[in-house]
Design a protein around this ligand. Sequence first.
Ligand SMILES: C[S@@+](CC[C@H](N)C(=O)[O-])C[C@H]1O[C@@H](n2cnc3c(N)ncnc32)[C@H](O)[C@@H]1O
Length: 433
Amino acid sequence: MLPLPGVDALAHSRRLAERIAERMAAAGGWLSFAEYMQLALYAPGLGYYSAGANKFGAAGDFVTAPMISPLFARCCARRFIDWLTGQKAHEVLEFGPGTGQFAAEALGVLSSGDSPLQHYRLLEVSADLRARQQQLLASTAAGKIKLDWLDSLPKDFAGIVFANEILDALPCERFVVRGGELWRLGVGLAPDGLSAARFEWRVRPADGTCADDDEFRMTAARLFKKTDSKGKVAIGDRFPEGYCGEWQPSLAAWFAAIAVAMTRGAVLIADYGLPRGQLLHPQRMAGSLRCHYRHQAHGDPFIYPGLCDITAWIDFTAVAEAATQADFQISGFTTQAGFLLGAGIDQQLALATVGLDPTDPRHIALARGARTLLLPGEMGEAVKFMLLTREVAVADQAFGMALNVAPGAPSAPVLDPAFSLQDLRSSLWAPQC
Ligand SMILES: C[S@@+](CC[C@H](N)C(=O)[O-])C[C@H]1O[C@@H](n2cnc3c(N)ncnc32)[C@H](O)[C@@H]1O
């Protein structure tokens, strides 16, 4: 049973539901799930991320790695220093900084003597979260580093782009298997006679009656590599009847936009997800769509629209494909545990606990946070890290050395230490069953 929202929160959710219902009526009574999710999370002034509700921490709906332990940001920041030094670049751009805690902690490391960072940039779609980040970072000693908040991607960016738990919040398309074909799992208005708008799942074939049915079929054919003579996505008996799944239609556009903005550098992505062969596995019958409300995970995205977070796991093979198309190289893919261990979380923990007795609550909290980040049953395996690099091998041999190409031997890849402990790149291309 989910906790009941307060009166104001419920009124807010009803206003958003009415906005969605209006859009649905204008579209003929059916919305794709991606359109619904876009509105539920990002409708101006009303969506979960656009409006002012408390999302993070004990009083919110979920916690993320930077909130679990400062060691997360410190490990990333140490790698940023090496990568920036290698490519003689001076900028970091963080996508969706949430509470701003990653930036606050990372800036502690990035303002140290050996760091070449000059400019830390934050791109946040939520005005409310941006205000909270500004408040938190106003009291952070950033030293010589300039901070700024962007409304859109910059031009001629050279440096590191970082995105933690951003891609799983991109609107996703849903499908269901009906008679060996993929049908669209979208949203309609529930006929329950109540005045407030309530939604329910509505299934329809991608038969061309909706403007984006063609796009759905093309993506499905690419993911499942199978169309019949009429262009329908026929998957035979590979997936059981009723099998559901998701994909993020805007991934390619996301990378294309970064590719336009970035002259050279690296994109580091951390997110819940799997390679396609494991994500779209016949045994994962119900897909990975998850909603969060007051620290309870549930599977109904139509409960309290605007008050619940909605996410879906990332197909990292699709990320790799989108990134390759945008001229990035796949320079690393590993689990969160692999990345953090390779980036020296043990040394960071030792540093942070110097002089503290093991029974000291601060010592206990740091050790507990590290365990949550690393353990396979917690975040250690579910979250993956992917490093995508651009123009580094040709633009700068030194950056190549730091990332993936040994100096003087551009054809012999050398992985960054944070990705060499557990190199999972080959799993991206493992065949689907
Ligand atoms: C799950 S939170 C993750 C926050 C933060 N990265 C962390 O690790 O705590 C998602 C964040 O991404 C932001 N966001 C969502 N879509 C975005 C986009 N297209 N561009 C920039 N930020 C976005 C949200 O407002 C929110 O701050």
